[in-house]
Design a protein around this ligand. Structure first.
Ligand SMILES: [Zn+2]
Length: 226
């Protein structure tokens, strides 16, 4: 399907991976590829719903670690690296975050990187910070295996005339995607706001879409030759 097998998903919070790319991750794993995930924060400043209203930040972090491990198992992620930066303040991490993403990409010999678009998609400062770091790490020349950088597609891109370069149908993977989302139980109200009931697929959630943000020069040459 793709010219790469090692895909690195670089996100800010546990659950970003299931919101944006559960079907793609499972598809890569099913096709013999090797998806790995970097999560920059433990999501301990995340919205808590009624059942979790009483837990401390440390308890919420531990709960979200367990939720992430369950989702990772369902999605077939080969590895999850948790950086443990303070949730909500990722923009303070600066160059240190770029270096951590570079280490992750090099260690796992990642060929294709997936992250948020530069505006964070929904404007969340942590999403903007991780997009900036992933872009710098992927394109800075210090991760020679990386050949492609993809951004998650958000509806606002429609008005910029942007078309997705990669679209994965969620229907064949819906059972897995829904199970991974349900694993993030502490976030169930946010998940419900975005997806509605997980028992059926909302029309606007039928695809996970991505736009190519960058590709290595030799990949462009290969493409022209083909
Ligand atoms: Zn997030």
């Amino acid at each position: 399907m793709n010219s790469w097998t090692k895909a690195g998903f670089v996100y800010a919070h546990p659950d970003d991976e299931s919101f944006l790319s559960a079907a793609l991750i499972r598809q890569i794993a099913d096709c013999g590829g090797r998806p790995v995930l970097l999560v920059a924060t433990r999501g301990d400043a995340g919205q808590k719903n009624g059942d979790y209203g009483h837990v401390s930040k440390a308890e919420l972090a531990a709960i979200r670690d367990r939720e992430m491990a369950e989702a990772a198992e369902l999605l077939g992620l080969e590895n999850v690296v948790q950086l443990g930066y303070p949730d909500g303040r990722l923009n303070e991490a600066g160059d240190e975050l770029v270096a951590a993403v570079e280490r992750f990409l090099r260690e796992h010999k990642v060929e294709a990187v997936f992250t948020f678009p530069p505006d964070g998609g929904n404007g969340h400062p942590d999403h903007i910070a991780i997009s900036r770091a992933a872009t710098a790490a992927a394109t800075g020349g210090r991760c020679p295996n990386v050949r492609f950088l993809y951004y998650s597609w958000f509806p606002a891109m429609d008005s910029d005339g942007k078309k997705p370069d990669l679209a994965v149908e969620t229907e064949p993977y819906w059972a897995v995607k829904a199970a991974a989302l349900r694993a993030h139980d502490s976030q169930k109200y946010a998940i419900e706001r975005y997806f509605g009931s997980l028992d059926r697929i909302r029309e606007d959630r039928r695809h996970e879409k991505f736009v190519l943000g960058w590709q290595a020069a030799e990949s462009e040459k290969e493409k022209r030759k083909a």
